[in-house]
Design a protein around this ligand. Structure first.
Ligand code: SF4
Length: 450
């Protein structure tokens, strides 16, 4: 295998060994190797932005994550298919042993490690879950072409919400985030209000801060809800793919009345714009509407939306020519947005981490089942996805929130394992991850923001 992989393996293992053997000392908020002269070094450090700088508890393991992610990419990508099968198997096993390595360090930490408790706290400060997605309902007024959330009559309940909030607040993080999702979460505004009330109460009792966000189709955003969102400092993501015709194709209404649905959305977005609520509009690009990508972005920008995020559809194999077209369009959009300074393209800001397919959150379904939503981007059967990526349930009491934090490596590993037997689905995983990597490289190359 190539020298890069060998180098990264050594680097990752040396840091992980030092963690387990206690050769890492915690010095206030920073850390250092006890053994003099041993430093994480290599091509991947420091990362170009967001997480660079001095090595801290969380970014020490971020370096390990990056090494493992790169090795897995090299191992799985097509160009390595020619490598000897025995070597591939060996490397595969090596990677498998490092899957969820934080939990392993946590469990295997030698009892004789000096200052073990402090060390565990240190480790967990960078790996504890700090974000939870709460599905309030499986119902929705729309039937978007690319939606992967199953629609059936099921809503969350207060016991689920209460346990989910407790779990989130049981971790080590001082600042946590609760995101409301669905279906359309505003269809259960009553539950959303109770969750906010309970979350605030519990966070206050534990001396923590909780922030809220909402992903919505915008159809039910009336004055009462906007007042509540504003008062509670929500950040809001509203989906809109473009004008009435565009939404009619990709985001049809269940009742078939797209004209009315679109009018309602535009009216609600107009009111939202005037509120003191941080929001962005999410626009999804598929290979089918790619030719209208710039026009759709222009429509949203001309409507006065300052923050627009362009999502490329996941779970599909992006053809070479479509990928090239997407990259050329987004470059032009970014250039135009900068020149006119009318709207900010969220994709070019550090808020947007690529590859998106690997940025999984811990999600809690209406029945309390916790799962990694990384599979949502590929799996069309929600039930299978939920089982495949299941972490546990808010009711089973065996969840250790201090080590639930996920990493891009873990998510990538889960995806390659889940779809390893299907040539078509493996190809989609690699295609979507590769798309995100290339987009990230473009963003860093152009160094643009907005
Ligand atoms: S609005 Fe959201 S939940 Fe509803 S169908 Fe569209 S993508 Fe799915």
């Amino acid at each position: 295998m190539n020298i890069k992989v060998q180098h990264l393996k050594k680097l990752a293992d040396s840091i992980l060994d030092d963690c387990v053997e206690g050769r890492v000392a915690v010095l206030g908020e920073s850390w250092a190797y006890r053994a003099a002269g041993r430093r994480p070094a290599g091509a991947l450090w420091p990362p170009p932005e967001g997480g660079g700088g001095p090595v801290t508890p969380s970014n020490c393991l971020a370096l390990v994550d990056r090494c493992l992610l790169e090795i897995l990419w090299e191992h799985t990508s097509r160009k390595n298919r020619g490598v000897r099968a025995a070597y591939r198997r060996k490397l595969g096993l090596w990677l498998a042993r490092r899957f969820r390595y934080r939990e392993k360090i946590y469990k295997n930490l030698k009892p004789d490690v000096t200052g073990k408790n402090r060390f565990v706290n240190w480790l967990c400060s960078g790996s504890s879950v700090d974000r939870l997605v709460l599905l309030l309902t499986h119902s929705c007024q729309l039937r978007c072409a690319y939606c992967t959330v199953a629609k059936y009559p099921a809503d969350s309940s207060f016991p689920v919400i209460r346990r989910a909030c407790d779990l989130l607040l049981d971790g080590e993080r001082k600042q946590v985030y609760l995101q409301f999702f669905g279906g359309e979460p505003l269809l259960r505004f009553d539950l959303l209000k109770r969750a906010v009330e309970y979350g605030r109460l519990r966070a206050g009792a534990r001396g923590k801060t909780i922030s809220f966000s909402l992903t919505t189709n915008g159809l039910a955003l009336d004055a009462e809800k906007l007042d509540f969102l504003e008062k509670n400092g929500f950040s809001v993501e509203v989906s809109c793919d473009g004008d009435e015709k565009e939404n009619g194709i990709s985001r049809p209404a269940l009742a078939g009345d797209i004209g009315n649905a679109h009018k309602r959305l535009v009216r609600n977005l107009d009111v939202l714009k005037k509120r003191k609520i941080k929001y962005k509009v999410i626009m999804v690009v598929t290979q089918e509407n790619l030719s209208r990508m710039r026009r759709n972005y222009g429509y949203l920008s001309a409507a006065g939306h300052k923050s627009i995020q362009v999502n490329y559809a996941l779970g599909k194999l992006w053809r070479k020519e479509s990928t090239a077209r997407f990259f050329s369009e987004i470059t032009r959009i970014s250039g135009g947005a900068q020149k006119l300074a009318r709207s900010q393209l969220v994709n070019y800001t550090p808020d947007r981490r690529e590859p998106v397919a690997l940025n999984s959150e811990l999600s809690c379904d209406c029945d309390g089942v916790l799962y990694r939503e990384t599979g949502l981007c590929i799996e069309r059967d929600f039930k299978i996805m939920k089982e495949r990526f299941r972490v546990g349930s808010v009711f089973d009491g065996r969840i250790e929130p201090r080590i639930l934090g996920n990493t891009q490596f873990d998510n990538f590993f889960m995806l390659t394992k889940a779809y390893g037997r299907s040539k078509r689905l493996s190809e989609i995983v690699m295609n979507n991850v590769g798309f995100g990597r290339a987009l990230d490289a473009l963003r860093l190359r152009t160094g643009r923001s907005g």
